[in-house]
Design a protein around this ligand. Sequence first.
Ligand code: FE2
Ligand code: FE2
Length: 375
Amino acid sequence: MTTAIRNITKDAMYDAVAPDDFEAMLEVDRYNNRSPAFDKIISATHDHFWDPLDKTYIDFSEPFDLENQALMPEDFFIPMQLDYVRNSLSEKERIRFMNEIVRWNLSAILHGEQGALNLSASLCHVLKDQGAQEYAANQAREEARHVTAFAAYIRARWGTPLPCGETLKNLMVEIISAPEVYKKIVGMQMLIEGLAMGAFATFFQHTTDPLGRKLFQLVMTDEAFHHKFGKLWADRTIPKLNAEEHAVVEDWAAHCFQNLLFNLVNPLQQRAVYEQFGLDADRVMEELQTAVTDEKRREEMKESANIFRVLIKTLLNAGIITERTRAFYAMYVDMDELKAEGDTMVGDAIAEEGIAFLKTVNFRNRGVATLMAAE
Ligand SMILES: [Fe+2]
Ligand SMILES: [Fe+2]
């Protein structure tokens, strides 16, 4: 059974076994073969440590007037460009509608964080290298605080999260239960983490809620590192793939991208939200499809698609996208512009600023902890 799994492993530190093969972990020789490749990322966790339950870092009791203020500017919401949607809602309803869409988006993020937690835990079961395992265990711990933090934010603003959309749910189930390491790393570390970085950067830059802004920045201080793990894998794997293996990885990436895109922009996934406002999700879907063929509208949508920039750029820089699938991604972002931008990622600067803040808080707290321990 084990031999049937196609892990496409090109570097010993990503060597993997079947998810149920715990005995392989007890091999004596394994313990002295720990790769140091992830040590820097693992020890950096102390620099960007934060606790969602500690008000020194973030205070979820900060209020916000959801009834009279939209959490994001109107041009963030693509359906708001449609006359059908705009004219069906009163001024007050528009604000409530936009905030419910944000609630849906943040719920998807919360479910995504839960997926990242379970995915990292699943990596602990298959990766053989102790260093890689310690990295994955460390990420699982960081994802756990993201679940706590997003659940707390949603509770503070709306009480409860909305259910997970079918497309995102199916994709996460597929990635978490997959025994193949490449599927997990490309699907989660590169695609979902990449989308998360893009989405967090967009929310951070545009949200009108200072508490939300704080939350996104704190989460980004962790996510920037998770994203690096995927990049490290790609650097050590992609150049060594033969043509057939490359095609398998490239197709898998396109499959995951299509699902994520569908989850994010398809009004049918958010049907329950539309129904609440007496809006027909099928009609919104149809009108959006017509709008895509309109050149001007398409350009406006490309602006909104900025959320996909980090993700597509990661795939492009990692060499996963070739001429075979290039056109598919070019529908959403300007590929030449991306290439010209080089290595810097949207969101890295925001994460760095957050880490600088955390270092000062953690330094202060460590002083207090030492004092208390000495008492
Ligand atoms: Fe996360
Ligand atoms: Fe993450």
